[in-house]
Design a protein around this ligand. Structure first.
Ligand code: HEM
Length: 231
């Protein structure tokens, strides 16, 4: 317990916990992106996949239970990630009440790193709205429980909604770019032999995630994905 408390209090401990929870999100985001791309394999395939997510872990776990375990782990990670982000923000403000003058930011500062907190806030608000849109349906124009493909296509047929998703995926890409780079450093991959790969690797993750997620709303906007009379 003492060890856990001192990890919590130290700023290195906070960074490690932020990195570890961030890595959990990176795996979730990549798995979710790959899952979404199944929409290109057709409505039946996509709906079957959405159903499979609820059956995952059966028969060891009852229907839907393992999905709830994943949800609780993700929520726990979100709580830790957000709490430490807020604390770091607060401590930095107290330590440096005057903003850096333009051009005098720390050496490793990039547009992405300077905007982590805004990115985090946008992503948090997005996830809340996104759950109400595609999971529970309150923000959807015509939600039918279980009809995942239909909900997806109808949801993105509203052009501004598809545009908003694409914009948020860009913000996600930027957040991941700095987050992945920074966690390589925190989690000990800060080795002279590997350092030159850290930025390109972080950029690769960011670009793949942005393009992979944006593909679905773009495909609905261009008519590549449609209900084809099945609506
Ligand atoms: C274009 C981008 C995205 C699309 C098309 C999309 C699509 C979907 C769909 C269709 C569902 C409902 C699945 C079902 O209930 O069967 C879902 C659930 C979810 N999405 Fe996304 N998503 C996108 C981006 C994201 C991002 C960037 C995040 C997180 C940062 C995210 C987090 C979630 C979460 C947490 C759930 C609920 C999973 C659950 O608990 O059942 N999504 N998404």
């Amino acid at each position: 317990m003492g060890r856990v408390l001192s990890l919590y209090r130290s700023s290195v401990g906070k960074k490690i916990l932020m990195s570890v929870t961030g890595v959990v999100f990176v795996f979730f985001v990549i798995a979710h992106m790959v899952g979404n791309l199944k929409a290109f394999m057709g409505p039946d395939h996509f709906d079957e996949y959405a159903h499979f997510l609820r059956e995952i872990g059966e028969p060891i776990f009852p229907y839907g239970v393992l999905l709830w375990v994943f949800r609780i782990v993700l929520l726990g990670c979100l709580a830790i990630h957000a709490l430490f982000a807020l604390q770091t923000w607060w401590t930095n403000r107290a330590a440096r009440p005057v903003k850096y003058a333009k051009g005098l930011q720390p050496e490793e500062s990039t547009f992405a790193s300077r905007n982590m907190r805004w990115g985090g806030i946008v992503l948090f608000l997005f996830v809340v709205a996104h759950l109400l849109h595609f999971t529970t349906g309150q923000l959807h124009p015509d939600f039918v429980p279980g009809a995942a493909f239909r909900n997806l296509v109808l949801g993105f047929q509203e052009q501004w909604v598809a545009g908003l998703y694409i914009g948020v995926m860009f913000v996600l890409g930027l957040h991941l770019y700095h987050g992945v780079w920074s966690s390589f450093q925190t989690l000990g991959l800060n080795h002279p032999g590997y350092n030159r790969y850290r930025r390109p690797l972080a950029a690769l993750v960011a670009i793949v995630v942005f393009l992979g997620f944006a593909a679905v709303p773009v495909a609905v906007l261009t008519g590549t994905l449609s209900l084809g009379g099945r609506g």
